[in-house]
Structure formats: structure tokens, C-alpha cells
Design a protein around this ligand. Sequence first.
Ligand SMILES: Cc1cc2nc3c(=O)[nH]c(=O)nc-3n(C[C@H](O)[C@H](O)[C@H](O)COP(=O)(O)OP(=O)(O)OC[C@H]3O[C@@H](n4cnc5c(N)ncnc54)[C@H](O)[C@@H]3O)c2cc1C
Length: 295
Amino acid sequence: MKINDVTIIGGGPAGISCAVQLTRYGIKPLILEKEKLGGLLLNANLLENYPGFPKGIKGTELTELLKKQLKRNKIKVLFEEVLNLSFNRKQLEIKTDKKTYFSKFAVIASGTKPKEFKDCSVPEKIKNRIFYEVYPLGTLKNKKIAIVGSGDAAFDYALNLEKENEVIILNRNELPKCIPILFDRAKKSRKINYKKNTNIKSIDCSSDAITLKCVTPKGNYNVNTDYLLFAIGRVPCLDFLSSELKKKRFQNNIDKLLYLAGDVKNGIFRQASIAVGNGIKTAMQIYSEMRKDNK
Ligand SMILES: Cc1cc2nc3c(=O)[nH]c(=O)nc-3n(C[C@H](O)[C@H](O)[C@H](O)COP(=O)(O)OP(=O)(O)OC[C@H]3O[C@@H](n4cnc5c(N)ncnc54)[C@H](O)[C@@H]3O)c2cc1C
């Protein structure tokens, strides 16, 4: 039975930085990624607070740089989804959709998943025009897109999409939750329409349009749109933990063998630079544990 030294679940900034730091110690980690390298960065319009890029950097460009760094360090990445993670006789057992792996150490850098919209039902036949992340919509032109939400992600998505499309943002509250700079930019755009105090009562569809029945304190109106994008919050992506691990409700690590890094553990403090810092720190902690074992 082959046992990996370190297996990393998730190929976003946290997982990648952890892997890069581990290779500096001569450790060869394995990254398991269920979708695309870069994780949530693929949705980020412009990172203006990531050190080293004075003019900011697009999430997709930063992803390309991270991929180059993985390649340069010859880090092994397998595109498999982790379905179950458990402790099995002091080893970590990681079952994916393809195989089972055993590992001395594991890092959960699986980020977050979007909260599902549950205010009303969504007709089956328009499910292919409903999205929870912006990157699949990247190639759209001259479309109408309704974004539900009012946080940084909703406004960042709008600023991304308005370059080629018309966008309406529907906020069910009085005030937006996003940072002021994003709100101000959206307000300046003639292609972004912002509506506050707006609840969606029902979602209907005809052959070519989605109709949102909107309820506001000042009256009701319909919004016709081609696509609907929800940005109504995110929760940690931990479905794959075994029932025993779920019970432990750990916040940083278990027995210094299984670690959490990045957005998955950072609550509302979800930023790429924090995720990167977490990834590096986790690698340093693992190296320190390995050295103790070798004494
Ligand atoms: C619209 C938007 C704008 C943003 N703007 C900024 C910004 O300006 N500045 C900034 O610093 N940050 C920004 N962020 C936040 C930043 O993208 C995240 O903080 C960062 O990507 C988190 O990194 P992570 O590695 O922890 O998680 P993620 O990037 O979420 O990566 C997790 C990875 O794990 C994978 N995964 C999940 N479950 C499994 C599984 N079971 N098996 C295998 N793989 C799995 C996922 O597919 C994903 O690739 C923005 C985010 C969004 C959405």
C-alpha cells in the first residue's frame, strides 16, 4: 500500500501555496482538485489588494502564474473529487471519484461553496441559465444578466459582466454589503442597474427570457433577463469529511496530521493573500512535525 507524505485537497491559492512551500523542503505533495486550478480566483474580476501587483491583477491571470509555479516545481496534480476523508489506523484515507489514497498528512484547502437560493422554486427548464459563479459566463456578449446579492462578489461579478452585457443587481436589503469602492464603481456604470429592497417572489420562463417577479415596499415589478446569477453567500466546503471527523468540529488541525487552510476555515475573512499565508504556514507546520518524527 503506497502512503503519500502530504495530500492536499483543493487547488486554489491555499492549496497551491502549501504545495509550493512543501517542495522547498524536498517534500512531494499531491494536489487533488475536483474542477479547475485557481479555485475562486477564476471568479475575481481584479485583485487590487494582492501584494506585488501595483495595478491589480485579474483572477484568471494570477491563476496562470500559480499554474506556472506548480509546473516549475513539478507538483503533481490529479483532477479528482474527494468524496470521503477519514482516519484509518492513524493514516488518512482519502477516497475520490476514481481511487483511494492513504496519506501521513493531509491539508483541506477546499474553500467554500455557494449558498443555494431557496426563496422560491426555479423551473427545471431554465436551470442551465442559472449560475452561482461568474466564470462560466465569461464569454457572454449583449445579454441581460440579473445578479442576486449585495456583497463584494455580487458587485465584482457585475463589474466583470458589464463590459459586454447589461446587468441588474437585486439586493433584498436597504444597504449593500459590499465595500464602498465596488459600490461606487457600479453606480458609475451606465450598464449596471442597482435595485435595493427587492425580493424575488417567483421565477417564470418563456422560450427566450426568464421573468423575475420582484416585490418591493414601493410596489411590484417584473425583471426580464437572459441569465440569473446568485451571489448570496458561501459556506465551507467540507461535505466529504467522514461523520467522525465532522463531529470533531476542528478549526485548525487534528493531531497535527490533518490541517485546514484558506477560505474553508476563515469565516468572513476570505481573501487570496490570507489563503496563501495559511497555505505557507500549514506547510511549515507539517515540515516541523515531520522533523520531530525523524529525530
Ligand atoms: C468575485 C470574487 C472576487 C474576489 N476578489 C478578491 C480580491 O480582490 N482580493 C482577494 O484577496 N481575494 C478576492 N477573492 C477571494 C479569493 O478568491 C479567495 O479568498 C481565495 O480564492 C481562497 O482560496 P482557497 O484556496 O482557500 O479556496 P478556493 O479558491 O475556493 O479553492 C478551493 C479549491 O478546492 C477545490 N475543491 C473543493 N472541494 C473539493 C473536493 N471535494 N475535492 C477536490 N477539490 C475540491 C475547489 O474546486 C477549488 O478549486 C474574491 C473572490 C470572489 C468570488
